[in-house]
Design a protein. Structure first.
Length: 562
């Protein structure tokens, strides 16, 4: 992808309208693009092809210029690629038949058949429970639906899933066919708390001796009023109510605006309780508080859609305040055992209590699924007892083995796309991900070895240690003096709305390194970094550098007050 595309493709997709013309010059084809703000300019065809291949191909065909030299060789390829891509997306859900080894139905009829074969009613019970809870979202309408002014008729369907963290509970969810409705773009965007924010606050909670309590809001979207005006005619999932007309009064799953409606409703509740959204993360809510000994600190609430995590000296009381507006699943408010798919445990290290995070459940499920998929494969097997994620002497750029076939190629991409928050495999995943366009058999073998490594060490745990790191800052003095010589009058600019510091102070440390010119074909370096708050790992990344140049890396440490 060109530098032009990297910088502008996201902006283009937001601004581009379906209105452009073209011209042919001695330098090639250009497209005249009109933007939403009213401005317009000519864009070279080569850049349009990279950023909007489908749109450009459709435009050329509609204008009858697809046989021009600039398009004749390119459009057939794009059309074939689009059909293949859309076919994959459309069929992905319908092709999936099992999850965690449990068969997943695609309809009520199939759910009943599975229950009969298994000798239970797990899927039928999930359907009945979900539809009973969904009744609050509908208001029966006895009149003529044709006279409902401003309302749009919609349809809905059931989606089935299996919940790993709830003892493989069968789950059914009624969803509106939101793709059949229109909603302003501003009403379809909703944020969630980032993983970095969660990790930071786990360390801060232990540092300040805060209690943690969590809860899951039941039928979250249904607690918020619907923004869109719609009605539907009940289908077979409604049981005895089939055939009746209902006005949708609550934010159904599937509506484009439902997530925004729920977040707005939750935000109003938190603001009523005195919490304010952090400028650093809109789904980190904070409120000034005082400990019994007079020490000032902040209470925090983290929101990941309907998963609520509270950190406070009186965390349960805060959660009970939220519970007066929202109903929690099974009425439970309890210390977290898992959050965002990871195990959370309060553990002791060198006699100090702190929070620790493990991806054990995810790793076990992923490895089990991989072994189940490959059990009948004559070619691919998961190795045993892999001490490292990748063979130490392996150089992926020098791999000369045969390229993978289409089926293995797709499966390799699925394996590399798994993100599990394990810092010990980020380098290997980054190296192998560079070959997703044309992976070879050796690359597949190393990807399977990475899973074997996870299978060998499934319980590796990250401790969010709140203690001050043992770093000899005197060794960094020469580096700091170099910067001071160039930036004599530099001062740190703080945001004007920075909250007042409360609680214990923390320090951040960034460690950066690069394998200088390690790639034997391109001589590009591979960079890795990890950022700590006190001794807690918060952020890490590994990537190939875009250019070939000599770069000196230095370690810089600084402290700030929390």
């Amino acid at each position: 992808m060109s530098d032009f595309t990297v910088r502008h493709v996201r902006l283009f997709f937001y601004l581009l309208r379906s209105h452009f013309t073209n011209r042919h010059t001695t330098a090639g084809w250009d497209f005249y693009v009109t933007w939403k703000d009213g401005s317009s300019n000519w864009i070279p065809l080569k850049d349009m092809k990279e950023s909007f291949p489908i749109e450009v191909a459709d435009y050329a065909i509609s204008k009858g210029i697809q046989d021009e030299p600039a398009f004749a060789w390119w459009i057939p390829h794009v059309v074939r690629k689009r059909k293949r891509f859309l076919g994959k997306v459309k069929s992905k859900y319908w092709e999936r038949t099992h999850k965690y080894g449990i068969r997943i139905p695609k309809s009520i009829k199939e759910a009943i058949e599975i229950d009969k074969a298994n000798g239970d009613t797990l899927w039928q019970d999930s359907i009945q429970m979900k539809m009973k809870n969904n009744l609050v979202a509908f208001e029966e309408f006895d009149g003529d639906v044709e006279k409902l002014m401003g309302y749009k008729k919609i349809t809905g369907h059931l989606v089935f899933d299996v919940k790993l963290g709830e003892n493989f509970r069968r789950k059914a969810r009624y969803c509106a066919d939101g793709h059949k409705t229109e909603a302003p773009a501003a009403l379809t965007y909703s944020t969630v708390v980032s993983r970095d924010s969660v990790l930071i606050l786990l360390m801060i909670a232990a540092l300040n001796g805060l209690d943690l309590q969590c809860a899951d809001i039941q039928n979250a979207f249904l607690t918020a009023p619907a923004i869109q005006k719609c009605y539907l005619v009940a289908g077979p999932e409604f049981g005895e109510e089939e055939g009746k007309a209902f006005i949708v009064r609550r934010a159904l799953y599937g509506f484009k605006s439902s997530s925004t409606a729920f977040r707005s409703h939750l935000a109003e509740t938190l603001e009523d309780l005195g919490f304010s959204s952090s400028t650093a993360g809109p789904d980190v809510w904070m409120r000034a508080a005082v400990k019994p000994d007079g020490e000032e600190y902040y209470e925090y609430i983290l929101c990941y859609v309907d998963d609520i995590l509270c950190m406070s000296m009186k965390a349960k009381a805060v959660m009970e305040g939220i519970g007066r507006v929202f109903k929690f699943k099974k009425g439970k408010i309890e210390p977290p055992e898992s959050y965002l798919g990871a195990r959370l445990r309060k553990k002791s290290l060198d006699g100090h209590d702190m929070w620790a995070m493990s991806r054990y459940d995810y790793v076990v499920a992923a490895v089990k699924n991989l072994k189940e998929t490959l059990k009948d494969s004559p070619k691919w097997k998961v190795p045993k007892n892999a001490p490292t994620p990748m063979t130490s002497a392996y150089e992926p750029e020098m791999d000369g083995s045969s390229e993978l076939g289409q089926e293995d190629h797709t499966y390799f991409q699925e394996l590399i796309g798994i993100e599990i928050g394990r810092v010990d495999i980020v380098l290997e995943v980054s190296l192998l991900s560079q070959y997703q366009a044309a992976p070879r058999e050796g690359h597949m073998e190393q990807a399977l070895r990475t899973f074997a490594f996870l299978d060998t060490f499934p319980k590796l745990t990250l401790y969010y240690d709140w203690r001050t790191p043992n770093v000899d800052y005197s060794k960094l003095r020469s580096s700091m003096e170099d910067f001071e010589a160039y930036y004599r009058d530099a001062t740190e600019e703080m945001p004007h709305n920075t909250p007042k510091p409360r609680g214990q102070s923390v320090g951040s440390t960034a460690w950066v390194d690069a394998s200088h010119g390690a790639n034997k074909k391109t001589r590009k370096s591979h960079t890795g970094y990890i950022i700590f708050l006190n001794r807690a790992p918060i952020l890490w990344h590994s990537k190939r550098q875009n250019t070939v140049e000599a770069i000196w890396f230095r370690i810089h440490c600084f402290e700030f007050m929390h």
